[in-house]
Design a protein around this ligand. Structure first.
Ligand code: SAH
Length: 230
């Protein structure tokens, strides 16, 4: 499915993702159209595949980013002051799209444990006038830290949506605790043998009850200790 969505321009890539049903909602489509993947992917930005961005990290395929947003859609609407944590922000592409989703009142924090990749996300966002505007307004922030512990920003550690862009060995309690009620987390987790991985959608309802749904098998880079010196 994935390779079929590749295009020759950002518009064509997004149209193909929409026509294939990988982007389902017009509001998600609009957010993808506002962000040129060429600012974030080093080569062939309109190919629907993951790519190396250095430091053993990859920018995920656009169809993976689309499904992450679709699965958390109910918690990204701009009617409230949304707070979103993007753990393993890497290229910064999804961080930027999430900021387009949550609108003027929202804040999206991209969190990286490799300092150079934290800087890469910010550098990529600065390539467009829109990205610079979002950074200056504090609607996108790139931070350096270990995502397994969650994150505190502006004295607050409660998040409407937590997206995890690397595969966790376990479902970290700290992340469950930091999810708002209601809130939603999209997280790849290793299976019990540590060979395969699956994406899980974790939903916390208004009463704090947690529901875990296994979505599909994936291959992500691991959510780990940082390399020495990072
Ligand atoms: N969403 C990014 C994915 C980058 S790959 C994109 O599409 O561009 C996964 C990222 O997770 C890597 O950049 C890696 O450095 C980061 N990562 C791995 N373990 C981490 C941890 N414990 N805390 C924060 N980031 C981590």
């Amino acid at each position: 499915m994935a390779w079929r969505c590749s295009g020759d321009s950002n518009q064509e890539l997004v149209d193909n993702l929409y026509d294939a049903g990988l982007i389902k909602s017009p509001i998600v489509k609009d957010a993808f159209l506002k962000v040129d993947r060429a600012d974030y992917a080093p080569h062939n930005p309109y190919k629907d595949c993951p790519q190396s961005i250095g430091h053993s990290a990859t920018i995920s395929a656009p169809h993976m980013h689309a499904s992450a947003i679709e699965y958390c859609l109910a918690h990204l609407s701009p009617d409230k002051e949304r707070r979103v944590l993007d753990i393993g922000s890497g290229s910064g592409y999804l961080t930027h799209i999430l900021a387009e989703m949550v609108g003027d009142k929202g804040t999206v924090v991209g969190l990286e444990h490799i300092r150079e990749l934290r800087d890469l996300g910010e550098h990529n966002a600065q390539k467009s006038a829109r990205g610079r505007q979002l950074l200056e307004a504090g609607r996108i922030k790139f931070r350096h830290g270990d995502g397994r512990k969650g994150w505190v920003e502006d004295g607050k550690s409660d998040w409407d949506v937590i997206h995890v862009g690397a595969s966790a060995r376990i479902l970290h309690e700290e992340l469950l605790d930091q999810l708002k009620a209601p809130g939603c987390m999209f997280i790849p987790v290793d299976d019990e043998h540590g060979i395969d991985q699956s994406v899980w959608r974790i939903e916390k309802d208004a009463k704090g009850e947690i529901t875990k749904q296994r979505l599909f098998g994936v291959r992500y880079v691991p959510l780990t200790d940082p390399p020495r010196g990072s």
